[in-house]
Design a protein around this ligand. Structure first.
Ligand code: ATP
Length: 222
């Protein structure tokens, strides 16, 4: 049987239950063998220090520990320079059997920005895309991306396993209106974030982490 691997990248500053549900539910729904959860590396040109890639990676490891089918993948943290999704997919492809199906999972806000990504038009040579509706996203879908993918759309998840890359699917999940921005806002206001962020991650927070999180800039995601 063909291997099918999901890719779920993000800044994860910090990781929260919205992220975990997306990865867990889509792995089940799409019948993926595993989902690689990939924290973005250090974004260049920051004015103020944000949470380090190393620390965000540790939170992802704590959040995914013992979660079957979620694989924490540190390749973007290890890589120097900008973390381009194109390069991440290419490096994963090089490790997988030739016919393996790769499925890039993107929340709405990331999907709407997709046409600004490095080599976005070549990404379908490497992976399928699944756009996931997000309860708290307000931006409209980019018409450029819509037009470009029109003839690549499928509705049956089985189709994603029939080819190694190049198809687009939309998925709606029961919405969880959680974002890292909201978590950081609550922390800034001195309020509780229990129930939004895995408890193991909350328990690991140091004063320095909270300081960085509450002063975090919005880092680049692609
Ligand atoms: P921020 O608020 O700092 O922008 P975020 O909560 O959007 O952070 P990211 O690390 O930027 O988190 O997101 C990684 C991926 O997870 C993106 O594809 C994003 O759309 C998706 N995502 C984040 N939160 C949710 C959610 N509640 N439901 C569905 N998708 C989500």
């Amino acid at each position: 049987m063909t291997t099918a691997v999901g890719i779920f990248g993000g800044t994860f500053s910090p990781i929260h239950h919205g992220h975990l549900r997306l990865a867990i539910e889509l792995r089940e729904r799409l019948g993926l063998d595993r989902v690689h959860v990939i924290p973005a590396g250090e974004p260049p040109h920051r004015d103020r220090p944000g949470v380090s890639a190393r620390r965000r990676l540790q939170w992802v490891q704590l959040a995914c520990a013992g979660e079957p089918g979620l694989v924490v993948d540190d390749r973007e943290v290890r890589r120097d320079g900008r973390s381009y999704t194109y390069d991440t997919l290419a490096s994963l492809r090089a490790e997988l059997p030739d016919d393996a199906s790769l499925v890039l999972l993107l929340g709405d806000d990331a999907a709407n920005q997709f046409h600004t990504w490095h080599r976005w038009q070549e990404i379908p040579q490497l992976a399928h895309l699944v756009f996931v509706e997000r309860a708290d996203a307000t931006a409209a879908r980019s018409p450029q991306v819509d037009a470009w993918w029109r003839d690549k759309r499928v509705t049956d998840p089985k189709a994603l396993k029939s080819r190694r890359a190049g198809l687009l699917m939309s998925a709606a999940l029961p919405p969880l209106a959680i974002s890292s921005t909201r978590v950081r806002g609550l922390l800034k206001a001195g309020r509780s974030i229990r129930g939004l962020v895995p408890q193991a991650v909350i328990d690991s927070f140091t004063t320095e982490d909270i300081d960085f999180l509450t002063h975090d800039e919005d880092p680049a995601k692609d």
